[in-house]
Design a protein around this ligand. Sequence first.
Ligand SMILES: O=C(O)c1cc(=O)[nH]c(=O)n1[C@@H]1O[C@H](COP(=O)(O)O)[C@@H](O)[C@H]1O
Length: 267
Amino acid sequence: MWDFVEEVTRRPPLVLGVDPRPAWHPGKDKLGQIRRYSLEVMEALAPRIAAVKFQAAFFEALGPEGYALMHELAAAARVMALPVIWDVKRGDIGSTAQAYAQAYLEAYPGSAVTVNPYLGEDAVAPFLEAAARSRGMVFVLVKTSNPGSGMFQDLEVAGRPLYRVVAEAVAAWSERYAVGRWSRVGAVVGGTYPERVRELREGMPRSLFLVPGLGAQGGAVLRGEGLLLSASRALYYPGGRPDVGVALRQARAYLEALRAPMAEGSS
Ligand SMILES: O=C(O)c1cc(=O)[nH]c(=O)n1[C@@H]1O[C@H](COP(=O)(O)O)[C@@H](O)[C@H]1O
């Protein structure tokens, strides 16, 4: 069976976020255009990315057909041998979490899901167990990319910021769900806070980091072992519109920046 961790760690460390916005597609048949464009962009970028990330909100906003389209695109990604991240940021009581884990991880073996840890360990556990059974992965929100993420995440709890308390839990879970060098438990750490990325890298040595914020939110190309840099608008709508050629150029530019020799003091 296909294993998300194995697949993702042998591919280029870039994630294509598919967040469709109908207003950015001309003409009437928005859903048809989004379907065509998404398939084209996924196929063009597939050799250059670790995974494709579907942000469910953008598909839900397109109505029932939009939600069905997300699942259709996920099936297409599998045909392209492209790992899928379900960006659904789920978090609920254990019995409900179990249903969410079934809907995404178990229904699509070898995929990953983003999880909000606010409800505690019993609410995260069903995702971890499902990821182990389905050879998938869970990315736990640790420090998010948005400007207001500090409101709760930076609050001091027992002498350290809350995001570090969450990171400690992630580190413990990641040991329990280790897969060779890495683990089925990863972390989301916003690329808009590069100093936090560096700080947290040490504390969660087994966790792959999903690092969103590249491009549109001002995040730069960050290097480091196990960092999966994620861009939605900057890769899916480069220059503010759907354009497969420009998306391909942008993906190449990010990968070149990752390979370029490092300047003194940079990381
Ligand atoms: O889990 C995520 O992917 C995520 C976490 C986070 O801290 N910040 C963040 O922006 N995201 C998602 O990453 C994508 C960012 O979109 P762009 O700003 O267009 O690249 C969106 O789908 C967000 O929902």
